[in-house]
Design a binder for this molecule. Structure first.
Ligand code: SF4
Ligand code: F3S
Length: 86
């Protein structure tokens, strides 16, 4: 699965949401919790690894799980936990 990491915090550009073919990036602007969310998250159970979101992010916050930089590895768990997984 792809993972959203630290650079998203406070930016929350949401270009990734628009390009995801399976709508697995949350919370989107029409969902509860969007206003309070500091960053968005990818549901690892729904992501199909298409890679479309990665170049769409203006702050390079999105990485394939195996390519997440060491300092942001904790975000793999943080994304999963947002969906009560992991
Ligand atoms: Fe959505 Fe594809 Fe990004 Fe996964 S890799 S979150 S399916 S756009
Ligand atoms: Fe965040 Fe980048 Fe998406 S800033 S909301 S991961 S486009």
């Amino acid at each position: 699965a792809y993972v959203i990491t630290q650079p998203c915090i406070g930016v929350r550009d949401a270009s990734c949401v628009d390009v995801c073919p399976v709508d697995c990036i949350h919370p989107s602007s029409n969902e509860p919790g969007y206003e309070e969310a500091e960053q968005l998250f990818i549901n690892p159970d729904e992501c199909i690894d298409c890679g479309a979101c990665e170049p769409a992010c203006p702050v390079t916050a999105i990485f394939e799980e195996s390519a997440v930089p060491d300092e942001w590895k904790s975000y793999i768990k943080i994304n999963a936990e947002f969906f009560n997984r992991g």
